[in-house]
Design a protein around this ligand. Structure first.
Ligand code: NDP
Length: 449
């Protein structure tokens, strides 16, 4: 390994010993940019890598709220403003009991590279809380969001830092967060949050953008390898925002989506997933995926019993992990390969462990890497910000065309980097390199900051 990279990784491990997800994300990037670092020994003198992997700012704060029983509950809020190198900090908020500093730092770090790949002027950030929205009433969600924003509002703004959704934060939560932001700031600053509802400044296609974008990237990757989605079997983990719209676009392209899941288990419907029903269960009723069986008793349900998700045991051509980090382990990767998988599309952030990714690449499975393949969501968030600045709305068709163009460009950017550095099908390394080239150029231009 390049000596400078080794030194940086060792230093990072010493300082962040308990932050496994953050270490994993940084190691993946630094090991893949070795050919560039080998050619730029001068980067060591300006500590370019140390500066790139250290967040500009980490904010943690207390979030108290009163639940429906009158009990006060205290959670911890986070905002990691990682990099403002190429634009205002930008990245989602995650509400999930597993949230901690390591997870928010890994997500913020990945966001810098993802945002660079979109070609749009947005920096990298992430935030959230260890609050679990599952099972909470609307009133509880509202009170929590208001308390969260009462503190967060000090640090954000349309030209400073622009949060959006992620796991556990959808249109409902963004609405409550925006309402409180507007009330405290006494200003209608639409561009301070994205993923807003269509009635008050949201963009058409934002809801669909991550899932649609994933499938546009997958379509390009398959086409460059003489394949199409038509007739392929697809399995999708998760049944949230990303998973639902990845399913919709896959079906539109003629694929047969046979399985979807949530954290309790997955359903297998060999006749093809009834997406209308999934939307009703998840978007309207906020229910569990096994409720699918009430309408389709012929489908099968496999419960998660801890450990690897049962969805990866199902035979498929294309697997789309769209739930959470490290959900495909080496063990699951081996099962997928044994069952003949040809492509993985990372809708979630860092859904494959390092060992799983290496195994896929060794077995000639195409991997659409998260930083590139799920960048459609943040790209359309940036388009939402532009519309808010212009006080203007684009049509569904125009935004969708823009999304398609952005995803094609991201694929071409990866392909060019892959050709330049002889990376073959390793689009993950290619995405890291392409983003790093842009970011290091901006970093050098801006001096030691
Ligand atoms: P949602 O909250 O809408 O949905 C998440 C889905 O994943 C749910 O079905 C949830 O099941 C499942 N899930 C969450 N955590 C776990 C877990 N630990 N184990 C098993 N299943 C889990 O989130 P999104 O769809 O927005 O996000 C999904 C992934 O996509 C995340 O990795 C996110 O970072 C990434 N992403 C999202 C973007 C966006 O625009 N929303 C943009 C780019 C990336 P359950 O309901 O049972 O918890």
């Amino acid at each position: 390994m390049n000596k400078y990279i080794k030194k940086v990784l060792n230093g990072l491990k010493e300082k962040n010993i308990n932050e496994s997800e953050y270490l994993q994300a940084v190691e993946e990037v630094l090991t893949s940019i070795e050919p560039i670092i080998d050619n730029h020994p001068e980067y060591e003198r300006t500590a370019l890598l140390e500066r790139m992997i250290e967040p500009e700012r980490i904010i943690t704060f207390r979030v108290p709220y009163v639940n429906d029983n009158g009990q006060t509950i205290v959670h911890r809020g986070y905002r990691v403003q990682f990099s403002s190198l190429i634009g205002p900090y930008k990245g989602g908020l995650r509400f999930h009991p597993s949230v901690n500093q390591s997870i928010i730092k890994f997500l913020g770090f990945e966001q810098i590279f993802k945002n660079a790949l979109t070609g749009l002027p947005i920096g990298g950030a992430k935030g959230g809380s260890d609050f679990n929205p599952k099972g909470k009433s609307d009133d509880e969600i509202m009170r929590f969001c208001q308390s969260f924003m009462t503190e967060l509002q000090r640090y954000i703004g349309a030209d400073v830092d622009v949060p959006a959704g992620d796991i556990g934060v959808g249109e409902r939560e963004i609405g409550y967060l925006f309402g409180q932001y507007k009330r405290i700031k006494n200003i209608y600053e639409g561009g301070a949050l994205t993923g807003k509802g269509l009635s008050y400044g949201g963009s058409l296609v934002r809801k669909e953008a991550t899932g649609f974008g994933l499938i546009y990237f997958m379509r390009e990757m398959l086409a460059h390898n003489n394949q199409t989605l038509e007739g392929k079997t697809v399995t999708i983990s998760g049944a949230g925002n990303v998973a639902i719209y990845a399913c919709q676009k896959s079906q539109e392209y003629g694929a047969n989506v046979v399985a979807m899941g949530d954290s309790s288990g997955c359903i297998y419907d060999k006749n093809g997933i009834d997406l209308k029903l999934i939307k009703q269960i998840k978007e309207v009723q906020r229910g569990r995926i096994f409720e699918y069986l009430k309408v389709h008793p012929e489908a099968e349900y496999f419960e998660c019993k801890g450990g690897d998700s049962p969805i990866w045991n199902i035979k498929t051509d294309i697997a789309l992990p769209c739930a959470t980090q490290n959900e495909i382990t080496l063990n699951s990767a081996m099962k997928l390969v044994k069952n003949g998988v040809i492509a993985i599309g990372e809708g979630a952030n860092m859904p494959c462990t390092k060992e799983a990714t290496e195994y896929f690449l060794k077995n000639n499975v195409l991997v659409a890497p998260a930083k590139a393949a799920n960048a459609g969501g943040v790209a359309i968030s940036a388009v939402e910000m532009s519309q808010n600045s212009m006080r203007y709305y684009m049509s569904f068709e125009d935004v969708n065309t823009k999304l398609n163009d952005i995803m094609i460009n991201i694929f071409i950017t990866c392909k060019i980097a892959s050709d330049k550095y002889n990376l073959g099908h390793n689009y993950m390394a290619a995405a890291n390199i392409a983003a790093f080239e842009k970011l290091s150029c901006a970093m050098n231009a801006q001096g030691i900051v």
